[in-house]
Design a protein around this ligand. Structure first.
Ligand code: HEC
Ligand code: HEC
Ligand code: HEC
Ligand code: HEC
Ligand code: HEC
Length: 311
């Protein structure tokens, strides 16, 4: 090991001879140190920033002053016990804020035909980080004993609770950064601080979806099952819960590589997780690179768009 001084003056240990590779999973992706293969642990959604494969020395240490480093991959989103019961997301460990979003229909295009609602659960999960409001480390049940606060379920960010956690890395942080300009994006931007002090930090501005969804593909919108002229309505299977999916391989299972529509009370709807799987989806079977940007179907040649739209 050799010792180097990182940009923040924090001393980090760097294993000698470690290859610093520029693992890029797909041409469409913002380049990343993660291999984007095999597991969510090797993707950007590993918020410990400790890649199992091909770790870039010092990356996690750069992040530790900005968020609790829980040292576990799943815990930023799930917990086996004491999960959030305010939401019907699977074993959900994140705080869930009552937030109103500006929806795509408020833009007022003349072409929309479907019913819009506020984003459903299968979008709110993503937005709990990507709207830039809630801190990345804002969870209700921390690893180990003691770090549990049921009353935090409904909070934007319960700082006292988050400060209970002793960072595994030894860095004590009162900073609980969100994906916004004063949080992660303070460094992860081509402008300002990012350009001067932290030029190495990748640009994450695109990842901040925000609370204004007027410039994003519609979510919380029903899929036009009755319009086979403009939409692909063949091969759609509906399960007992009312969720629908495009059963491309005919196995009657909602596979991760198939787009899906979530029943939220108004009929099967497009949500963020219709197009994305936050854990990554193999592009060509077991062991292959994941599709870029956590997509269920890679969008080469607009393949994803053409799964739903007949154009
Ligand atoms: C103080 C500045 C700073 C802040 C704040 C910051 N980062 Fe970073 N981050 C960096 C730097 C510098 C690097 C580049 C280090 C490297 O590439 O090894 C980096 C690297 C990363 C990487 C690895 C790049 C990649 O995709 O391969 C991820 C992921 C990341 N940061 C996420 C975050 C998240 C999430 C937050 C907010 C909780 C955050 N960062 C806040 C400075 C910062
Ligand atoms: C960045 C957030 C995030 C992380 C980290 C994460 N998940 Fe998930 N997970 C989700 C979301 C969101 C869903 C719901 C997807 C949907 O709406 O269909 C989900 C669903 C699941 C499901 C049920 C549905 C499915 O897709 O199979 C399982 C099982 C699961 N996650 C396991 C894990 C495990 C194990 C880990 C850690 C290795 C993990 N997840 C890490 C966000 C995450
Ligand atoms: C626990 C917080 C969290 C949750 C929940 C979460 N994300 Fe992310 N996601 C991030 C952060 C932070 C980044 C920026 C890169 C990084 O720091 O790892 C990111 C990056 C991404 C990227 C860019 C990946 C790339 O390489 O270009 C996509 C796409 C994405 N998320 C989609 C989703 C979707 C869709 C969901 C819900 C199914 C979701 N995320 C849930 C925190 C989260
Ligand atoms: C209809 C399909 C679809 C839906 C629904 C969808 N996305 Fe995406 N998303 C995409 C595609 C395709 C890309 C890749 C764009 C590219 O490569 O330029 C993408 C890219 C992203 C990125 C990376 C940044 C970027 O602009 O490339 C993030 C973050 C993201 N999506 C989050 C979300 C969140 C959060 C939601 C729900 C609010 C959502 N997505 C809903 C298709 C979708
Ligand atoms: C999972 C299915 C699905 C996928 C995948 C999908 N869309 Fe859509 N899209 C919809 C639905 C549903 C609507 C709402 C239709 C309506 O209200 O008439 C919509 C609406 C639109 C609209 C119309 C917006 C308006 O103002 O009238 C455009 C343009 C569009 N999508 C483009 C795309 C593009 C580009 C992609 C690929 C990046 C894509 N869609 C992927 C289902 C999908």
């Amino acid at each position: 090991m050799r010792t180097v001084r990182s940009l923040k003056g924090v001393v980090v240990l760097v294993p000698a001879l470690m290859a610093v590779s520029s693992a890029m999973a797909g041409d469409d992706d913002v380049p990343t140190v993660f291999t984007e293969r095999g597991s969510i642990a090797n993707t950007r959604h590993n918020l410990t920033q400790l890649a199992i494969e091909d770790p870039r020395p010092g990356t996690s240490a750069q992040m530790d002053p900005s968020r609790n480093n829980y040292g576990e991959v799943c815990v930023y989103c799930h917990t086996p016990h004491g999960a959030n019961t305010r939401t019907s997301a699977p074993l959900w460990n994140r705080t869930q804020l009552d937030q109103t979003y500006q929806t795509y229909d408020e833009l007022g295009t003349s072409t929309l035909t479907q019913t819009f609602t506020q984003p459903g659960v299968n979008s709110l999960t993503c937005l709990s980080c990507h709207d830039g409001v809630t801190a990345i480390d804002s969870i209700i049940n921390m690893p180990g004993s003691g770090g549990y606060d049921k009353s935090a379920e409904n909070q934007v960010i319960e700082v006292n609770h988050l400060n209970d956690w002793t960072n595994a890395s030894g860095v004590t942080t009162g900073n609980h950064a969100a994906l916004n300009e004063s949080g992660c994006i303070a460094c992860h931007t081509p402008d300002g601080l990012g350009a001067t002090l932290f030029a190495a930090a990748d640009n994450f501005t695109l990842f901040q979806i925000g609370t204004d969804l007027r410039n994003d593909h519609p979510v919380g919108v029903t899929f036009p099952l009755g319009n086979p002229t403009d939409f692909n309505t063949t091969n759609i299977v509906t399960n007992t819960r009312g969720d629908a999916f495009m059963d491309a391989n005919g196995n009657s299972r909602m596979d991760k590589g198939e787009v899906r529509f979530y029943e939220t009370g108004d009929g099967p709807e497009v949500e963020c997780a219709s197009c994305h799987d936050p854990h990554g989806v193999e592009s060509a079977g077991a062991g292959s690179d994941f599709n870029p940007t956590f997509l269920r179907i890679a969008n080469d040649g607009s393949q994803l768009c053409l799964t739903c739209h007949i154009k």
